[in-house]
Design a protein around this ligand. Structure first.
Ligand SMILES: Nc1ncnc2c1ncn2[C@@H]1O[C@H](COP(=O)(O)OP(=O)(O)OP(=O)(O)O)[C@@H](O)[C@H]1O
Ligand SMILES: [Mg+2]
Length: 300
């Protein structure tokens, strides 16, 4: 199976190189865990390499999502929308059953032959729109089956259980139907707040079975932390630009063609938004390495 880069720094190595193309990934997490951040950076990564992006929103209006995304440091999202490479499908307030059975099928027909990334954020209200378990399964199954015809899908699921044990009724059906399941665990009651993630399943791939701490960082989205926590670097000695330049100078010649002006701009922009607070206990060279690995500018 062909692997695609997830757009989440440090995640690909946990999934044997990335997400398998034309699969369904369910991202589960409580409110504020980073589901929408995950979804938007997944789309951003595809757009950067010429793929199309479809954002099916069931909760928030596209305008609101765009504002939040810009606020989070993705400054040129509107260029992609203007070009037509990124589209929003606002399924909020519609009868989901009608939407999925009629409009969606037509929509997929229109996009046939495209290689897109599709986000459904959040999928949970689809389950709530019908009462019986068999109807829920049919509807979600149809939605996922249709969308995967035109690309690789990330859907998000709201986690309501306090225990984080993933046995909630709303999770079972989509978790079963998805090819990959990623659990974002967010302990908002802890101080400092604690976030970690685990790959629950990843069909036809080797994958990590451990919890991996992550951070949400403006401009970068989600950064999954290094396994070996590096010693703290005093803030004043961290000069990310010169570290990045040093790393780029060591780039193998075979990788140079991947460093297009667009990619270069994106990397420098990402670095420029990183604050010392964001970096925290992460090793700055580790972050740079993960960014270069994401863009395949390094052998990993
Ligand atoms: N501009 C920003 N800069 C830094 N961090 C931000 C910014 N915007 C959002 N965040 C952080 O990202 C967190 C996760 O946001 P996100 O919307 O991805 O979560 P979610 O899992 O989709 O939540 P919900 O279930 O409510 O939709 C926010 O709670 C906030 O801490
Ligand atoms: Mg969200």
């Amino acid at each position: 199976m062909k692997k695609i880069r997830s757009g989440i720094y440090g995640l690909n190595r946990l999934m044997d190189g990335g997400i398998n193309q034309n699969t369904i990934t369910a991202v589960i997490g409580s409110s504020g865990a980073g589901k929408t951040t995950f979804a938007t950076y997944f789309l951003k990564r595809g757009l950067e390499q010429g793929e199309d992006a479809i954002f099916i929103t069931l909760d928030e209006e596209p305008k609101q999502i765009i504002n939040e995304v810009v606020e989070m440091g993705w400054e040129n999202i509107e260029d992609y929308i203007d070009e037509g490479a990124m589209v929003f499908v606002d399924a909020g307030g519609k009868q989901f059953t009608d939407f999925i059975k009629t409009e969606l099928v037509g929509f997929v027909e229109e996009w046939k032959g495209y290689n897109a990334r599709i986000v459904i954020d959040p999928l949970t209200p689809v389950l709530w729109s019908v009462h019986h378990r068999y109807e829920q399964r049919d509807l979600v199954s149809l939605l996922l089956r249709e969308t995967r015809k035109i690309g690789t899908v990330v859907c998000t699921l709201e986690e309501h259980s306090v225990m984080g044990d993933l046995s909630g009724q709303d999770l079972i059906i989509p978790m079963y139907l998805a090819d990959n399941v990623i659990h974002l665990r967010y302990k908002s009651h802890e101080s400092p707040e604690h976030r970690d993630m685990k790959i629950i399943k990843c069909r036809s791939s080797r994958h990590s079975h451990y919890w991996h701490p992550y951070r949400i960082v403006k401009g970068s989205g989600i950064i999954v932390q290094d396994d070996a926590l590096s010693a703290q670097t005093p803030p004043h000695v961290v000069d990310l630009n010169s570290r990045l330049e040093k790393a780029l100078a060591k780039m193998p010649a075979s990788k140079k063609k991947k460093l297009t002006p667009k990619v270069s701009h994106s990397i420098y922009w990402t670095i420029s938004l990183l604050s010392m607070e964001d970096i925290g206990t992460l090793d700055p060279d580790y972050i740079i390495r993960q960014i270069l690995l994401e863009y395949e500018l390094m052998d990993g």
